[in-house]
Ligand binder design. Structure first.
Ligand code: TXA
Ligand code: MG
Length: 317
């Protein structure tokens, strides 16, 4: 059930139940990081393999220090620049963090979300929350409470409403190897913004490369409808008149084609706005029994790189 009542969420979490929580990136399926039972339920409900570790969510750097051995200087620079916010840091865990959270790794993924409801909730709890995105495994991450409700219905009694997620794509995951920042998942903070703080980074494997981070399988974030990246949306529609096409567009586009449903991600071609709208728009088109959904690559600048990463994964079969 969708509710705005934070006490309902506090009670449920204290009783070992799961709660969907809003964050600025996507909704999370949250449970106590100290309850192995709750964590098992997260994996079961999402149908997610246990080898895919979870992100720990808390409300302050002081709290983070209770769960990790240390925050090395470069990681601290990023924490100070971006927390609370869509940055996830991989840090050496303390033994207080159960192995099931990290899938056996000595590193735990941690973030402080920048959402008033999530922060308020986290401050009222005596434990941090683990929260993967609140979607069944391989489906599109939810960016509003209704999407979560559609996915899980009565299996998830408490869905805490926090309106639409302002960032709309997942957090950027950063670790360090010999002091070099490694971007394990491109996300709502651009690689450029990370590099501005800590210098040249390496972006880890994406599609067709060796997968070194669990959970970074190319099939993530996929709609059920065939999803194609095309050179030109207009040309594709003209060359495929027989198909019922869903088109995701950016910037001022004026085409009125029969058999086409189009959603504009941002009339002004603002990549931040497109990011906010991307998953919801993919989800809406996916519900319309179309033959395919098409999109052009975003400009490879700033957050456009993260958006391209997501649509490449969605188009991978
Ligand atoms: O924006 C976000 O990060 C959202 C919101 C809810 O905070 N959460 C999210 O969680 O996207 P999830 O589980 O859907 O994606 C987490 C990613 C997975 O690819 C997982 O493999 C990686 O983080 N991850 C988590 N812990 C890790 C660890 N200890 N080492 C390496 N990768 C890790
Ligand atoms: Mg996810």
């Amino acid at each position: 059930m969708i509710t705005s009542n934070i006490s309902n969420a506090v009670d449920a979490l204290n009783n070992g139940a799961l709660v969907a929580i809003p964050t600025e990136t996507v909704y999370g399926l949250a449970g106590s990081a100290f309850s192995e039972h709750a964590i098992q339920k997260i994996f079961e409900l999402k149908n997610r393999p246990f080898c895919n570790p979870l992100i720990l969510h808390t409300h302050s750097i002081q709290e983070v220090l209770k769960f990790v051995q240390q925050i090395p200087p470069n990681a601290m620079k990023l924490a100070e620049a971006f927390w609370p916010g869509p940055l996830t840091l991989l840090l050496p865990k303390k033994s207080i963090i159960p192995q099931i959270v990290t899938a056996g790794s000595h590193l735990v993924a941690v973030r402080i979300p920048n959402h008033p409801v999530a922060l308020n909730l986290l401050k009222q709890l005596d434990f941090p929350l683990v929260a993967p995105s609140a979607n069944p495994y391989t489906r599109i991450s939810p960016t509003n409470a209704k999407m979560v409700d559609d996915y899980f219905g009565t299996d998830l009694p408490v869905i805490l409403d926090g309106d639409i997620c302002s960032k709309g794509i997942e957090s950027t995951i950063v670790g360090f190897l010999d002091d070099i920042p490694i971007i394990y998942r491109q996300g709502a903070i651009s690689v450029d913004a990370i590099e501005f703080i800590v210098g040249k980074s390496k972006v880890q494997a994406t599609k067709n490369e060796k997968i070194t981070t669990p959970g970074m399988s190319p099939m993530h974030y996929a709609p059920k409808t065939k999803f194609y990246i095309v050179e030109s949306v207009v040309n594709f529609i003209q060359e495929n008149q027989g198909l019922k096409v869903g088109a995701l567009t950016l910037g001022k586009r004026d085409f009125n084609q029969p058999n086409t449903t189009s959603i504009n991600l941002s009339i002004t071609a603002d990549l931040e706005e497109a990011s906010t709208n991307l998953y919801k728009s993919m989800y809406d088109l996916d519900a319309m029994a179309l033959d395919c959904i098409i999109i052009e690559l975003f400009p490879e600048i700033g957050i456009g790189k993260s958006l391209n990463d997501r649509i490449r994964r969605a188009s991978f079969r």
